[in-house]
Design a protein around this ligand. Structure first.
Ligand code: NAD
Length: 434
């Protein structure tokens, strides 16, 4: 039976009912639905693919430096592992929700599929404020979370990586804790770890580098050259700072960047090396940076620039922001930065939106390279990593562009069509185990 949403009972799988329009999972589903219709997805596959395969929730007791025990809530959601072991970052933040982790896990499934990696999708999160934890508390929290999920993680099962507020050190603690329980060193159990522990050269910059590659590809399609383009970047963490740096190295003028403390604008262009050095010396934030005018994050999003790179968090571009936006290209470094209702506005304004599952796929692509290197025990040069990454990102961009043209849809829907199709085909070939 061909798939048609209007004849299919959505209430079976939708949650929560009535539909929560603000939920990131819902935001993912709205795009998935369109792709499913284009693909005429088998209804049973649809029902399976819009649910996470497994949801793990854990209460993590941590002895704080004061001696008091505090309990944190942690999640690991495996959305799908039809194509291979599940892959996805772990996020530490006070406002993490299970719904958000479920959405992020599904995005990982489509992303890995889209760039042709042999991985499924997963995501983890712990509700905590890392700024309020000492290094020792952070280590105990990470180790206990890993021990609790020992049966879930594994190089052939589920492989964590960094995400918001997690970094190479946290991956090193996950590796060590897992290895202690496994009674052998398993460096392929995490990616995004330090190079000295089997990490890959180029992994730290990979997501930002991928953003740069697809942005240049989009400029090329619009007949723009980097030297004539201005850029604004929201979020100045791993993804945003690297994207800003690499785009400025390509000749773009980065006129604004931002972080949780707000936006920093200089119409003549910011010196990104200087801004990065400032943030490093200033506890990671841009607060107090002087060679720029302070603007709000909203002002940053609606600046008169050629390229906007949202690289902070979900749901930053709503309908109103989209209506007031001036950028011609949006390269989504962050996951889910654009609300579904903003998609249509941007499409009507003919803004070329490079969707998250394509634009930020560089991180998981080099994570895949890292996993391959760990398993071979043979490590690549940074040039080799970067060349392969650039090639895969360019190829993915071209394929998404072609798919979007073929179905006369946005790049976002084109990317979902590609991502969902490969997973559905694998599911069909494997069959449903009774
Ligand atoms: P990060 O923690 O290194 O940096 C996040 C940055 O965003 C910080 O500068 C923070 O101050 C800023 N920020 C947070 N809230 C903000 C707000 N409301 N307005 C403006 N700035 C704000 O995180 P990251 O690893 O760079 O991840 C950023 C985004 O990219 C997330 O959506 C993440 O899921 C996505 N992503 C990351 C990777 C990766 O390899 N790190 C890969 C794919 C996708």
């Amino acid at each position: 039976m061909p798939f048609k949403l209007d004849v299919y009972d959505r209430s079976v799988y939708r949650e929560p009912a009535p539909i929560d329009r603000d939920s990131p999972f819902q935001s993912m589903m709205e795009r998935f639905d369109v792709a499913a219709e284009i693909l005429e997805l088998n209804p049973g596959f649809y029902e399976y693919l819009c649910r996470p395969a497994r949801v793990h929730m854990t209460s993590i007791p941590v002895e704080m430096d004061t001696g008091r025990v505090k309990v944190f809530e942690g999640y690991r959601v495996i959305h799908n592992n039809v194509l291979g072991p599940s892959k996805g970052g772990v996020r530490y933040a006070p406002d993490v929700t299970l719904n958000e982790v479920k959405a992020l896990a599904a995005w990982m499934t489509w992303k890995c599929s889209l760039v042709n990696l042999p991985f499924g999708g997963a995501k983890g999160g712990i509700i905590c404020d890392p700024d309020e934890l000492s290094r020792d508390e952070l280590e105990r929290l990470t180790r206990r979370y890993t021990a609790d999920l020992f049966d879930v993680f594994g190089p052939d099962k589920d492989i964590p990586a960094p995400d918001m507020n997690t970094n190479e050190q946290i991956m090193a603690w996950i590796l060590d804790t897992y290895s202690m329980h496994a009674r052998r060193t398993e460096n392929a159990v995490v990616t995004g770890k330090p190079v000295g522990l089997g990490g890959s050269k180029g992994r730290r910059q990979a997501t930002g580098r991928g953003v740069m590659t697809v942005t240049l590809a989009a400029m090329d399609r619009l007949g723009l050259s980097p030297g004539e383009c201005t850029v604004a970047v929201q979020g100045f963490g791993n993804v945003g700072s690297t994207a800003a740096d690499l785009l400025s190295q390509q000749g773009c003028t980065v006129v604004a960047v931002s972080d949780v403390t707000g936006g920093y604008y200089n119409e003549n262009g910011l010196n990104i090396q200087e801004v990065k050095a400032y943030a490093e010396q200033n506890g990671g934030t841009l607060s107090g940076y002087e060679n720029a005018t302070h603007i709000t994050n909203e002002e940053l999003l609606t600046l008169d620039v050629d390229v906007l790179v949202p690289a902070a968090k979900e749901d930053q571009i709503d309908k109103t922001i989209a209506e007031n936006m001036e950028a011609r290209i949006v390269a989504e470094g962050a996951n889910g930065p654009t609300r579904p209702e903003a998609d249509q506005v941007l499409q009507e304004k003919e803004v070329l939106v490079i969707p998250d599952i394509l634009a930020n796929a560089g991180g998981v692509t080099v994570s895949y390279f890292e996993w391959v290197q760990d398993r071979q025990g043979y490590f690549w040069t940074e040039d080799r990593v970067n060349q392969r990454l650039d090639r895969m990102m360019q190829k993915a961009f071209d394929k998404v562009y072609k798919t979007a043209e073929k179905h006369d849809v946005s790049l976002r829907i084109g990317a979902y069509v590609m991502g969902v199709r490969r997973v559905a085909e694998a599911l069909r070939m494997r069959g449903i185990y009774a």
